[in-house]
Design a protein around this ligand. Structure first.
Ligand SMILES: *Cc1c(COP(=O)(O)O)cnc(C)c1O
Length: 234
């Protein structure tokens, strides 16, 4: 996934970018005969500091996504104190030894992908008495280097999380392979969700969120289209 780093543009009109993304979401939802409020925009603020995040909050954005626990721990406690209505989703890999911090800080965990992590999350949510909605990450492209349960293992893993561990499973999440047609992966994720009776579908990024909405996305995770390019890709 090596992409040349690009310098971050000095000025980014975050309010205008957000308005454009929201308009695209509404248009894609309308085209799919879905209500616009069926889709929640997760503004992916990884690598960006408060100077980009606060303008987004001021423009009405309340849901954010971060992919690293440690980075989020540096940024969000203070912001959450200032802006109590804001929710932060974890959209990156979660190591078992960071589960305590993750449960304390985040509002939604989108990347539950293995039994050990699911068990640790269930234990920690009990301990902290914080029941966070969880999404199960599915490796729809069956890429060896990518996190997520394989499609063939998804039903059993959903059952483990939901029935045995009583995790609040809200839906499924995927990151399609870079070089493939995302629609195939969105359709597959939707099919796995339907047969498991799950409503939530976290799929679609800057390059493909309108397609994801066509295929039923309830969460779209959009970074670059809102905040501009990141200094390094991750
Ligand atoms: C970075 C990231 C995004 C956002 O990507 P953009 O292309 O900048 O919109 C979405 N989902 C995950 C899991 C990410 O890590």
């Amino acid at each position: 996934m090596a992409i040349a780093s690009e310098p971050v543009a000095g000025s980014v009109d975050i309010a205008a970018n957000l308005a454009a993304v929201r308009a695209e979401i509404a248009a894609a939802a309308r085209q799919a005969s879905r209500p616009a409020d069926a889709v929640t925009l997760v503004a992916v603020s990884k690598t960006h500091g408060p100077e980009r995040i606060v303008p987004a909050i001021d423009a009405g954005q309340q849901v954010f996504g971060e992919n690293r626990v440690q980075e989020a721990e540096h940024k969000w406690p203070e912001l959450k104190q200032r802006f109590a209505e804001v929710a932060v989703h974890l959209i990156g890999p979660l190591q078992s030894n960071k589960v305590r911090h993750a449960v304390a800080l985040f509002d939604v965990i989108e990347t539950v992908d293995r039994p050990k992590l699911a068990r640790a999350l269930a234990r920690e949510m009990d301990k902290q008495d914080r029941r966070l909605p969880c999404y199960i990450q599915v490796n729809t492209g069956e890429e060896p280097q990518k996190a997520g349960v394989l499609p063939a293992e998804a039903d059993a893993f959903v059952a483990l999380c939901r029935d045995e561990l009583a995790l609040p499973v809200a839906g499924l999440m995927c990151i399609p392979p870079l070089e493939e047609e995302p629609a195939l992966h969105f359709a597959l994720l939707g099919e796995i969700a339907r047969r498991n009776g799950l409503d939530g579908l976290s799929m679609g990024m800057s390059a493909d969120y309108p397609v994801a909405i066509e295929f039923g996305a309830t969460l779209v995770r959009v970074g670059t289209a809102i905040f501009g390019p990141r200094e390094t890709y991750r």
